[in-house]
Design a protein around this ligand. Structure first.
Ligand SMILES: [Cu+2]
Length: 150
């Protein structure tokens, strides 16, 4: 009963997935299918976990995960396929993308042992931040959006 209640609370708290709405799509367009000019893979790396340790690190920090790489660069208006590989068999991750004013643009779940891919086209140059809401603050990274290449 108690466990079920805890579970229900966790589920209720979980932010549902969403892609950029009409306003956010002026900053970044995100689609599941289409033509991309570039492809980037981002892994979910287990830095310190209860199964493999180091034990003292897990004791001090809890389980620690990281996106790898943490910084990627794209060009403005260049459709870029970004594929997240969740390498963990028993841990869900997610990715929440924010603009340079910390406005949340989208959030999608990264299920265990699955590749999650979208084509991102950024329409504004600048520094965007992405983070896993389940492993804050360490599991986060940046997208640097540069001027068009030609
Ligand atoms: Cu995570």
């Amino acid at each position: 009963m108690f466990a079920a209640l805890l579970f229900a609370t966790a589920v209720a708290k979980k932010v549902p997935d969403f892609l950029p709405n009409a306003a956010a799509s002026k900053t970044v367009t995100v689609v599941a299918r289409g033509q991309a000019q570039k492809s980037i893979v981002i892994l979910t790396e287990a830095v310190a976990i209860k199964e493999t340790g180091p034990k003292e690190t897990v004791k001090a920090f809890g389980e620690v995960y990281a996106f790898s790489p943490t910084t990627i660069s794209v060009h403005r208006d260049e459709p870029t396929l970004i594929t997240f590989w969740n390498l963990q068999g028993d841990d869900e991750h997610d990715v929440m993308l924010m603009d340079d004013h910390n406005n949340v643009l989208m959030k999608v779940t990264l299920p265990p042992l699955k590749k999650t891919a979208y084509i991102f086209t950024f329409h504004r140059e600048g520094v965007f931040t992405f983070t896993c809401t389940l492993h804050l603050p360490e599991m986060s990274g940046q997208v640097l959006v540069f001027p068009p290449s030609r």
